[in-house]
Design a protein around this ligand. Sequence first.
Ligand SMILES: NC(=O)c1ccc[n+]([C@@H]2O[C@H](COP(=O)([O-])OP(=O)(O)OC[C@H]3O[C@@H](n4cnc5c(N)ncnc54)[C@H](OP(=O)(O)O)[C@@H]3O)[C@@H](O)[C@H]2O)c1
Length: 253
Amino acid sequence: MSNIELNHTFSGAHALITGATGGIGQAIARVFHAHGAHVHLSGRRTDVLQQLKDELGQRCDIWPMDLSDRDSIHSAIDKIQHEKIPLNILINNGGTNKNSLALRIKDGDWDEVSQTNLSAPFLLCRSLFPLLKESALADGGYARIINISSVVAFAGNVGQAHYVAAKSGLTGLTKALALEWASRSITVNAIAPGFIATPMTEDLDLQAWVRKIPTKRVGTPEEIAFAALFLADARASYITGQTIHVNGGLCMV
Ligand SMILES: NC(=O)c1ccc[n+]([C@@H]2O[C@H](COP(=O)([O-])OP(=O)(O)OC[C@H]3O[C@@H](n4cnc5c(N)ncnc54)[C@H](OP(=O)(O)O)[C@@H]3O)[C@@H](O)[C@H]2O)c1
């Protein structure tokens, strides 16, 4: 919980966070919870979800789902809708890469990476729209969708054709939904992290990347979480369809 100051900016808000078992997702969950939000944690590893729920205590629920499996997503969405969660904030953070040069990417890996990083966020946005709209239209209400994209959606990357394509698609989805749903007081934005120290990057030669990063270090999960906090704030209502780049200056667009 380093660098997380407690306050109640998000008191009464409900945030669903996918990928909440991972490095960035856990940081987002902790930061939003510390700011008073009720956090709804999603991921596949139920033991890790339960550990985080035990750590956070009240104002926390878990909704296991497999983002690569439409039936699993629909089943979790049905339960969330049944509970009529007054959802304000949807953070599509869950993601996977199956690094391989393009010529060696297997059909199954292409499908899994596309489904998890792009199709699943779309399904969640579309299905949870009614709950978000209701929160947005309530007196003093608002709703936010935040999609976690990647620097590689803007810079490309070797060995990640499927991941780059999916994250680029997520950027496009962000813009399209922002246009369609601005009139419903739902903002839709993205965050494009650079290289962040999490399990996803632990096998990479991060020092080689650090030499290319102007700040000469990789980012922390909390630095992504604070960008999400900014976009989710009720006062950020004039920001939509945008991508915030959190990459230490690695890529400027
Ligand atoms: N770390 C970076 O440098 C970096 C850079 C740019 C973008 N990103 C993006 O940031 C997001 C979070 O990544 P991270 O760095 O925190 O990685 P991470 O620690 O590996 O976490 C990935 C998360 O995604 C979830 N996930 C993966 N496949 C899933 C599936 N089929 N169904 C449900 N959940 C699934 C994992 O949950 P389970 O393990 O419980 O299934 C886990 O919670 C991802 O979208 C990633 O693409 C990361």
